[in-house]
Design a protein around this ligand. Sequence first.
Ligand code: AMP
Length: 207
Amino acid sequence: MSAPPRLTLALPKGRVMEQSLEVLRAAGLRLDTGGGARALRYDAGDATIIEMRNADVPTYVELGVADAGVVGKDVLLESGSQLVEPVDLGFAACRLSLIRPRGATGTVQRVASKYPRLTGDYLRRVGSGAEVVKLSGNVELACVSGLADAVVDVVQTGATLVANDLEEVDVLLRSSARFVVNRAALKLKHETLRPLIEALRGLPGSF
Ligand code: AMP
């Protein structure tokens, strides 16, 4: 009998990496990632791991370079990728919110965000004609410096808002880490993927 097909997994660098490895191990994958400096692509026992910026995970999985991956729902929606999303892993819970300087009341004319697609969709939904400006980091600074009169950004505890005298005025969506799968891989590697998906779904905190 041949061995079940091996997976290539796209995982985001940073805060989500360790939690992703933890849940994948808890679901039964043997992943030896060593420690210290790591290559961008390495053989980790039961899977090959490729590490990247979270915004690139949907592209790698959609184009089939990775069979599956872990990415935030916010990033997934912003990418517009049509991936299979079989498990909500529950961690990295946050909300994507409209944020303004505390007490601001005037009409919003310019909104800065790392999420221009979701921001544009939201502004159309609420009937606002505000302009969207795309930034790549430190979005709260746009409000603080006057570049924009509002921003759309991720809020977790709200500590960043308090520290910068900002307030959350609306919630666009709630996000958490999702296990995403390439459609072709789901068929071609079902022997490996089906039991992994079942095990991930069964973990405390997942659904
Ligand atoms: P907080 O101060 O806890 O509300 O965290 C907000 C800051 O942390 C923002 O600048 C976010 O960009 C970042 N952040 C918090 N949670 C996440 C997450 N799950 N994914 C990405 N960035 C996050």
